[in-house]
Design a protein around this ligand. Structure first.
Ligand SMILES: [Zn+2]
Ligand SMILES: [Zn+2]
Length: 306
């Protein structure tokens, strides 16, 4: 008996670039995320935590719906960025409007009600910070530093910043953006991905997208390729025994990192942030395998920055 092994090369199972949507901006991401957190919380060992995170996502959805108009890049600036493959709303360079702090205040007020005493203390601490201190905090979060901040407060500050960036990304719309020359950073805001997702339906069917850890934009990257160093060798997939096939860790021997990959064909409701939080056991397993995460989940910073 002859066995033939097919080796799938990156790009082989996908239409040529140009005929596929390179960028996808999900609408209603926070509302869907909250719903997914609640679904995943059922019978989960981290049930209370996931339910609280669902409330945080609900608060993000409410803050996004009430977000005021803010200044956006001009058409000329957007053109220039498209020409040069640069993200126009780079978290490092974009002059951040302090109005995101209003979103933070709203989010804090909404999640305070059902917060544990520990979380309440963190939230009260944030409420006591002045505007300048909050801007410093935001800069640390967005640069992936976390040297001088209370790690427990990161998810709340990040939640408000996510709302601000998601607001700008959706206000401009997908046509405003082109690819990023640095393919593993978001083409809208230049942040690293939280996870990648293999989508279903429409022109994106079976295509893999990286999901931004800040603005929720998804951008195309061929499969079977390391999302961190772009190596096509030594890629392997891990999952927890007995767990759903919808979430796996895609690991790379070349750079020693991993990022989770989510499959909508296995579970159409899969969400890059919620499913990442609900599969912490996989992170522990990858850590034991000597692999480190290549992109952050800003709701989980206290775990990765230990
Ligand atoms: Zn982004
Ligand atoms: Zn790699």
């Amino acid at each position: 008996m002859t066995t033939t092994t097919h080796v799938i090369q990156p790009g082989q199972i996908e239409p040529p670039v140009g005929s596929i949507p390179s960028i996808y901006i999900p609408l209603g991401a926070f509302r869907d995320r909250a719903q997914r957190m609640r679904q995943l919380a059922e019978g989960h060992v981290m049930k209370d935590y996931l339910l609280f995170m669902a409330e945080l996502a609900d608060a993000q959805h409410a803050a996004l719906a009430a977000f005021p108009e803010v200044s956006l890049p001009t058409e000329a600036e957007l053109n220039l960025c498209r020409e040069h493959g640069m993200p126009p709303l780079s978290v490092q360079n974009w002059p951040r409007d302090p109005v995101w702090q209003h979103a933070l205040a709203k989010i804090i007020a909404q999640v305070m009600k059902n917060a544990t005493p520990e979380a309440r203390e963190i939230l009260t601490g944030l409420q006591a910070m002045d505007s300048a201190a909050l801007e410093n905090f935001a800069s640390e979060v967005l640069s992936g530093q976390f040297n001088e901040v209370n790690l427990g407060a990161v998810p709340f500050v990040a939640a408000a910043l996510q709302v601000y960036w998601a607001h700008m990304a959706t206000a401009l719309g997908v046509q405003a953006f082109a690819g990023n020359d640095i393919s593993n950073l978001c083409p809208v805001c230049a942040s690293p991905p939280v996870a990648s997702i293999v989508r279903i339906g429409g022109n994106e069917n079976a295509l893999r997208y990286l999901c931004c850890s800040v603005c929720d934009t998804q951008w195309h990257m061929v499969r079977v390729k390391c999302t961190n160093c772009e190596s096509t060798k030594g890629i392997s997939y891990f999952k927890i025994e007995g767990a759903s096939d919808a979430v796996k860790a895609e690991a790379c021997d070349e750079c020693g990192t991993y990022l989770k990959i989510m499959h909508m064909d296995k579970d159409p409701q899969v969400d890059p942030v919620a499913d990442d939080l609900a599969t912490l056991a996989l992170d522990l397993m990858m850590d034991e395998n000597g692999k480190s995460r290549s992109g952050p989940n800003l709701f989980l910073i206290s775990n990765i920055a230990e």
